[in-house]
Design a protein around this ligand. Sequence first.
Ligand code: SAM
Length: 286
Amino acid sequence: MSNLTAALYVVATPIGNLEDLSPRARRVLSEVDLIAAEDTRESGKLLRHFGIATKTTAFHEHNEREQLPRLLSLLQAGKSIAIVSDAGTPLISDPGYQLVRAARAAGIPVIPVPGACAAIAALSAAGLPSDRFTFEGFPPAREAARRAAFERLAREPRTLIFYESPHRIAASLSDMAEIFGPGREAAFARELTKHFETIRLGALSEVAEWVRRDENQSRGEIVVLIRGAPAAEEGALDAEAERVLRILLAELAVKQAAALAARITGARKNLLYERALDLVRTDPKR
Ligand code: SAM
């Protein structure tokens, strides 16, 4: 008989190295009545490895609507449930948010059992400023939407953290180098805690080129971190002026784009003109 408090437990599991499952996570997973797993086969491997025999049920974005009321009524009946994702911390680019929300609204205790998270593991070892950061999850898959998302973040001063799929990493890094600037410092973290763990810190253009040339770097699981934009200097363009200028520059010549951006945003025309020249130089396709 376990003395576990009846609750919803949000349990982090390893992102590669099974030794990263905490003793507490192991105990909770053994003692709950049910484990709601993103993929029961994937979690089954972990549970078997640790000799955990707790029943599992699938809980993912495609069955959330049916499963949520069922899990909620079990919780309300005093059962304890652990939610796990395939790897790392549930809810971080993974399912679970709706269940946590619903459990809280129903007055059920929600208890975190923290552990591995790829974003935090990458940040902790990358060598980029870690005092303030923003987690951006996966960039959009479509090129136009991805570039627009990067453009919105171009002047963000905090360290940026992205997850990216192996199929898109080369294209994404090349867009990043263009939009954040080829010299902006970045870290590429692949296969963390696993056999081929790789962490490389360098200028975005250099990291992008290295990944493009070595196809092994596009295999496995990847986190990309980008140093935040330097603090705006006296008289530098703010994010809105930068955004407007980029839009206009896609349609107009440098001089016209700068003049119109100055009228729209109130920023100084000569600053906009200098910045437009820079943008055209780094991306002549504009
Ligand atoms: N919830 C997970 C967490 O806490 O990190 C993230 C799940 S998300 C669906 C999967 C993505 O996380 C991968 O595509 C990759 O970007 C990143 N990731 C997961 N494990 C990783 C690892 N061992 N090394 C590098 N990135 C990893």
